[in-house]
Design a protein around this ligand. Sequence first.
Ligand SMILES: [Fe+2]
Length: 487
Amino acid sequence: MVMQHERVSSPYLEGNFGPVREEVTAEDLKVIGELPEGLEGMFVRNGPNPQFDPIKGYHWFGGDGMLHGVRIKDGNVSYRNRYVQTERWRRENEAGRALWPSTLGGPPDPDNPAGPNPANQGNTALVWHDGRLLALWEGGDPHHIALPGLETCGRYNYGGSLVHAFTAHPKVDEKTGEMMFFGYNMLGMDMRTGQQVPFLQYSVASPQGEIVHTTPIELPVGVMMHDFAVTERYSIFMNLPLVFSMERAMKGENPLYFDRDRPSQFGLLPRRASGDRVRWFESPACYVFHVLNAFEEGDEVVLDGCRMNSVDLGALDSRTALNPETKPLIDRDSEQTLYRWRFNLATGDVKEGRLDDATGDFPRVNDFEVGYKTRFGYVARFDGSGMPQSDGVLKYDLEKETSRFHHHGSRRYGGEAVFVPREGATAEDDGWLMTYVYDHNSGDSEFVVINAQDVESEPVARVPLPQRVPYGFHGAWIPEERVTQSR
Ligand SMILES: [Fe+2]
């Protein structure tokens, strides 16, 4: 007997947060405006897109991963979207229906005849390293994605040498070719074996794609650690008080809560050092989903990120999102603003403060400068609706302390803007910003290319897409030589 479930309702299943269910391939798309000369490669963006109507509960962070890709080659533009075919996706696909509540969208159910939820949606971000594109989800292994077809080749665990979960936000130092990454485990336990594991582990992969360093880093309690930062010599971990509670999980509530009585801690560790050498700097309680960049300056390590005074993940959870007592994700107290911390290695002091009052997240810099001092940053500005919906892109000049704004237009909303350098560029901001924009007037989506040195102008090119692209998370640009050489 197939159990009938009540339809799950969530604002994250409606409008352009709602899923598309078809995998489309389309060639020779029309371009409005002109694509920059010499620009060839593929823009791919990841995001949640539940394959079937969810059962019991849906959390925006827990939908199946779907990749939306636009390839520009020989003057032609093509589009395709493909699911990240995880084990969970495959099992539900075979069943023809959802078998588990979305991850974070419901408590573990020991009576579920399908068994434990094989959580790992591969839905969050992408990284290119060692000739391979990986789709990422912070609770498990990466998935290897083929280019340009976006087929899932399978889980990728570095020949077994990956011993911890893999953050959605690894950092590639394009100057050395190394990739730094971490994995956290909120329970401090391997669910399959019941064995104790560290709350946090950190690894470095060589330019040849071998994991050459792994070390545990001690934390007092399990926390959700979404991003981190690197500089030329250090990796920076954000131990922020979004704390895991088993008690809440067992009661069927969202297991993560913001404990404003705990401080924020920022841990600096030399790039390949043992975890016991981490040096913690304390600051008032806050949450940071995303870092813009970090760099070293004299005795100081400077970290820029989008900071919130507090965070409530229940706002993204179908079980609580519509409860009037739950705050929207982005209210006064939890709006994300660009913020700077300075950690002084000589004195141990922390200096910190807001860089701007505008609300936004999904910060990006020129990927080739990650870990080194950057002048320009790009942030998706939020529209004030309380939903993570972006009406345009803020370009920050951190040297002049000014910003400029690209508005997507009336009732048009985009997402993270990925910076793509012009080939042979010498200026840091010589290039383009790419994102998908959804038009609430027409119900259509476009791929847009904005001149990063002239952000206030209209996009230089817009490509209307054959289907709607739901709002999602993070994207990557893969230049053409990497697309053709990809593994
Ligand atoms: Fe993220």
